[in-house]
Design a binder for this molecule. Structure first.
Ligand SMILES: Cc1ncc(COP(=O)(O)O)c(C=O)c1O
Length: 215
């Protein structure tokens, strides 16, 4: 990514953990990048899945150091409030000031803000979601391994798995009432992304996937 930066580059986005792979860039690699990224570039670290990570990295450090960085977080994931359309960014005052000039007025409504604060304070819900996700992700990955399906070990609440023709598998799963994501638009036509659900949902998903792949 560093090598691809030119004088015309304005922003670099790093999704960490990344969607749809669920992979993570280590703090070491981030530091190496941040130490070498030119001053005219803003680095945006999208941390939508931050709360699912076992040992979250202290990326706030880059903000404290006054780097040209913005961390993005959302209430759509671990808090489960995607319908409220609310998230937040953390960055140095000058960058936040620029964003304030261009954001739409009243872009976060009062109900969304009340929900977001309640979600942040609701440790029980967040812990339970993390626990259900950890258990479900381990189950899905173990099942993929048993079926000899290649998968990418994930740090998020989904797993990328190689199933053959992703569009076909997507459609056949949908016919059985299970929605997964085909990955052709990410140039990964042989892969699908499966979100972790409750254990009951995960078992049903795997049972259906086995049937679909056996056909
Ligand atoms: C990396 C990443 N960032 C952001 C989002 C979306 O966040 P929001 O619902 O706050 O727009 C997603 C969810 O699909 C995501 O995968």
């Amino acid at each position: 990514m560093l090598a691809a930066i030119t004088p015309r580059t304005k922003e670099v986005f790093i999704a960490n953990p990344n969607n749809p792979t669920g992979t993570m860039v280590t703090m070491d690699a981030l530091e190496r990048f941040m130490n070498r990224v030119p001053d005219h570039v803003v680095t945006v670290i999208d941390e939508a899945y931050y709360e699912f990570v076992q040992e979250p990295q202290d990326t706030m450090k880059f903000v404290r150091e006054g780097r040209n960085v913005i961390l993005l977080r959302t209430f759509s994931k671990i808090q489960g409030l995607a319908g409220l359309r609310i998230g937040y960014g953390i960055g140095p005052e000058n960058l936040v000031g620029v964003l304030h000039k261009t954001r739409q007025p009243f872009n976060a409504n009062a109900i969304a803000q009340a929900g977001a604060v309640a979600g942040l304070l609701d440790d029980e819900h967040q812990n339970r979601t993390r626990q259900v996700t950890d258990e479900g992700r381990t189950y899905l990955q173990d099942e993929f391994a048993k079926l000899n399906l290649e998968y990418v070990p994930s740090h998020a609440n989904f797993v990328l798995v190689k199933v053959g023709d992703g569009n076909v598998v997507f459609q056949k799963m949908l016919d059985q009432g299970i929605i997964i994501r085909a990955m052709a638009e990410y140039k990964l036509p042989d892969w699908v992304r499966i979100s972790v659900g409750t254990m009951e949902q995960n078992r049903r998903c795997m049972k259906t996937l086995k049937e679909v792949l056996a056909r």
